[in-house]
Design a protein around this ligand. Structure first.
Ligand code: NAI
Ligand code: NAD
Ligand code: ISE
Length: 342
């Protein structure tokens, strides 16, 4: 069976996913696209020579009988509307992070999915498919370093554009750490406090950059997470977990080693598209395969999207208050407790 996919939002990551589905992955084809920028949607059909229709909006795309599943790759505030429409029509939906921009909106999606009575949604937290993080999780689950005590991590981008605001350090960037860290150590978050180090002169005047988030988990693990989105030197994701009996660290991205002009060096990446290319491939292939073969996705759930949104809301509050703020999660609904996850 070939899964027929419609893509809502043909910007940067929408085009990346269209390219991988139509040129690299197996078992799916792009049959429909839409974007609020209609010109862009039509261009994409031409650019990738798709046998697809450019629809005027998400509503008509989702309602079309030829579409089995949708990819939501529009900007964050538009996700909720498209995901709810997809659930209403019983269509599978892969939604890029964030699932929605507030915890309340994520809860609305959860209630819609529970009422529909079947799991339909997967959230684009692709780091759970990254080989390095997967190996770290295996080591932690096997207690190779004993109990985790501390985590040090960093999320650094070369630069960001003028639309990037201080809260986006949480909702757009730190959100990946928020998702991956509790998954790695099987724990829940308890509190967060934000510190602003000396500001880089490379950030716009209105943007606090870098930022440091001190997050504590319920079992007492202390996490320091740095977000530095104008670091200049490269796209750099670091993660180190310090345990009672040792340390596990995310591997560096493989690179040739160059000896030249009395120097010994390796290359660093500059773009998220390249850093996580394998993880995106595995993630989308897993969505296609699990929907086609098992009748439901098995990657990160709407509940994972909700955990990220609750935590992000409190991180933004902590950015503004400068105080230690408590993170309170509700009880996980039975619907999500009983799911088979990858
Ligand atoms: P982008 O701005 O390049 O593309 C977004 C596209 O969505 C634009 O073409 C825009 O016209 C369109 N759009 C916005 N609202 C729409 C609506 N209501 N209906 C249809 N189209 C709409 O943004 P980018 O970088 O592609 O990001 C898109 C999403 O992907 C975001 O949620 C972002 O957080 C996520 N993302 C995830 C990454 C990851 O590593 N998982 C990496 C980059 C982005
Ligand atoms: P982008 O701005 O390049 O693309 C977004 C596109 O969505 C634009 O073309 C825009 O016109 C369109 N759009 C916006 N609202 C729409 C709507 N209501 N209906 C249809 N189209 C709409 O952004 P991007 O970098 O591709 O990011 C898109 C999403 O992907 C964001 O949610 C972002 O957080 C996420 N993202 C995830 C990763 C990741 O690593 N997982 C990386 C980049 C982006
Ligand atoms: C982008 O939206 C992503 O999701 C990338 O993975 C992240 O590194 C970047 O900071 C975000 O803007």
């Amino acid at each position: 069976m070939t899964l027929k996919i419609g893509v809502i939002g043909t910007g940067a990551i929408g085009r990346e996913h269209i390219k991988r589905i139509s040129k690299k992955l197996a078992g799916a084809e792009i049959v429909a696209v839409t974007d609020v920028n209609q010109q862009l949607a039509k261009q994409v059909v031409e650019q990738f020579q798709l046998n697809a229709i450019a629809y005027p909006d998400d509503k008509t795309l989702i309602a079309n009988e030829n579409v089995d599943a949708v990819l939501v790759t529009s900007w964050g505030p538009a996700h909720k509307g498209s995901v709810l429409k997809a659930i209403e029509h019983g269509k599978y939906v892969f939604c890029e992070k964030p699932l929605a921009t507030t915890a309340e909106d994520c809860m609305e999606i959860i209630n819609a999915e529970i009422n529909y009575g079947k799991r339909l949604v997967q959230v684009g937290f692709m780091r759970r498919y990254d080989k390095g993080y997967v190996q770290m999780k295996e080591a932690i689950d096997q207690k190779i370093i004993g109990e985790p005590l501390m985590i040090r991590c960093a999320h650094r981008n070369v630069s960001v554009d003028e639309n990037y605001t201080t809260d986006m350090a949480v909702v757009d960037t730190l959100i990946h750490e928020i998702d991956i860290l509790h998954w790695l150590v099987n724990d829940d978050y308890q509190s967060v406090q934000v510190f602003y180090p000396k500001k880089t002169r490379n950030a716009l005047e209105t943007l606090r950059d870098p930022q440091i988030f001190l997050i504590e988990t319920r079992s007492g693990i202390a996490i320091t997470a740095e977000v530095f989105v104008n670091c200049k030197y490269g796209y750099d994701i670091q993660c180190e977990i310090i345990g009672e009996e040792g340390i596990v660290k995310l591997p560096e991205v493989p690179s040739i080693v160059v000896r030249k002009d009395a120097q010994l060096g390796v290359n660093l990446l500059t773009d998220w598209k390249d850093r996580f290319v394998d993880a995106y491939d595995i993630e989308i292939q897993d969505f296609i395969d699990s929907v086609s073969e098992k009748g439901e996705p098995q990657g990160p759930t709407s509940w994972d999207g909700y955990i990220a949104a609750v935590t992000a809301d409190v991180c933004v509050k902590a950015q503004q208050s400068g105080q230690k703020e408590e993170i309170i999660l509700g009880e996980k609904p039975d619907f999500y407790k009983n799911l088979q996850q990858a």
